[in-house]
Design a binder for this molecule. Structure first.
Ligand SMILES: [Mg+2]
Length: 330
């Protein structure tokens, strides 16, 4: 006998539209899943796709889930639906783990923030917002680059690091938007800053070049001291495995909610022990809980700050709800 499969689509508005390479992101759409077995045990999961990051669309996820006719027999979810794989597999893990959504979804205090990377807006606003993130307890900060002229951005970075405590760590995320010459320019600037031990550290430059330029990024990794992290290149476990096969041994940012099967991800981690940094896709507490559980099992030691600094970015109080409360709310 299968499990009862119930679905609740959701839509949440960002407080301010998010600036992405594909235009403004105004609404976060996704799907909560609830599985129930014959004993009345529940398990919650979440499908939170980002189609422009290589996952299925919301419509594709919904069509697949609805086609199951309200029952789940553990059948294979197609590889083209990685966010759906994550949602169904984590709902099943939740059910069998009997952690049916009663604990608070997200601890949000300055102690927890020390382990979480704080997000910063692009541009000169970083100088204004970074002190707020530090005051909230964040010690690792992420700044989007490749948005303004490179000379301006590097000048802001140089000005900014002088205001930071030396233990602060910075992640500069280019979203694959730099040319090779610009990437070299950035890495040289980061190496200069990192040579000064009294200043904050640039932990890595994230996805300097587009995903199809892996060989060039491997070469850059050998030429500069500052680490490079892949993000867009490793959106799914299959892509992560592929980059590994092609020789990448640097940092990889993994977003479990769109990466595909959690079991396959964990098997890859156990086999190769890659240097992974785990990150959110603005999922609700349901997906976040499952993603953080994977992060806890697969992060290298000492664990790098988690890319889950998404609290307060959506215009609702869902982050304060347990999965069961959120389910009832929808
Ligand atoms: Mg990124």
């Amino acid at each position: 006998m299968g499990l009862e499969l119930a679905l609740k689509p959701y839509r949440r508005r960002f407080v301010q539209p998010l600036h992405t390479a594909h235009g403004p992101w105004v609404w976060r759409e996704g799907l909560l899943i609830r599985l129930r077995d014959g004993l009345g045990r529940w398990g919650y999961g979440e499908v939170a796709p980002i189609p422009w990051f290589g996952s299925e669309t919301m419509a594709e996820a919904l069509a697949f889930c609805r086609a199951q006719g309200g029952e789940w027999h553990g059948q294979k979810v197609p590889a083209a639906l990685p966010a759906t794989q994550f949602g169904l597999e984590s709902a099943l893990a939740d059910l069998t783990g009997q952690s049916a959504g009663h604990e608070p979804a997200i601890p949000a205090d300055s102690f927890a923030n020390a382990a979480i990377c704080g997000l910063l807006p692009a541009g000169a606003a970083v100088l204004e917002i970074a002190p707020q993130r530090l005051a909230q307890g964040h010690r690792t900060l992420k700044w989007k680059i490749g948005v303004h002229p490179i000379a301006d951005e590097i000048a802001w970075l140089e000005q900014w690091v002088k205001t930071l405590p030396s233990e602060a760590r910075l992640r500069l995320d280019a979203n694959g938007g730099l040319s090779l010459a610009q990437a070299e320019h950035w890495l040289a600037a980061c190496d200069r800053l990192n040579a000064n031990l009294h200043l904050a550290t640039v932990e890595y430059l994230e996805q300097p070049l587009p995903p199809d330029q892996l060989t060039a990024m491997i070469a850059l990794g050998h030429r500069y001291q500052t680490a490079i992290a892949l993000d867009e290149s490793v959106a799914t476990v299959a892509q992560l495995e592929n980059c590994w096969q092609q020789g990448w041994r640097g940092v990889c940012v993994v977003k479990p909610a769109i990466a595909g099967s959690p079991q396959r991800l964990e098997a890859f981690c156990q086999q190769h022990q890659p240097h992974l940094v785990f990150s959110s896709v603005f999922e609700t507490g349901v997906g976040r809980r499952a993603a953080l559980a994977i992060a806890a099992r697969c992060s290298p030691a000492p664990a790098p700050a988690l890319g889950f600094g998404t609290q307060g970015w959506l215009d609702d109080d869902w982050d304060t709800l347990t999965p069961a409360e959120l389910w009832d709310r929808l």
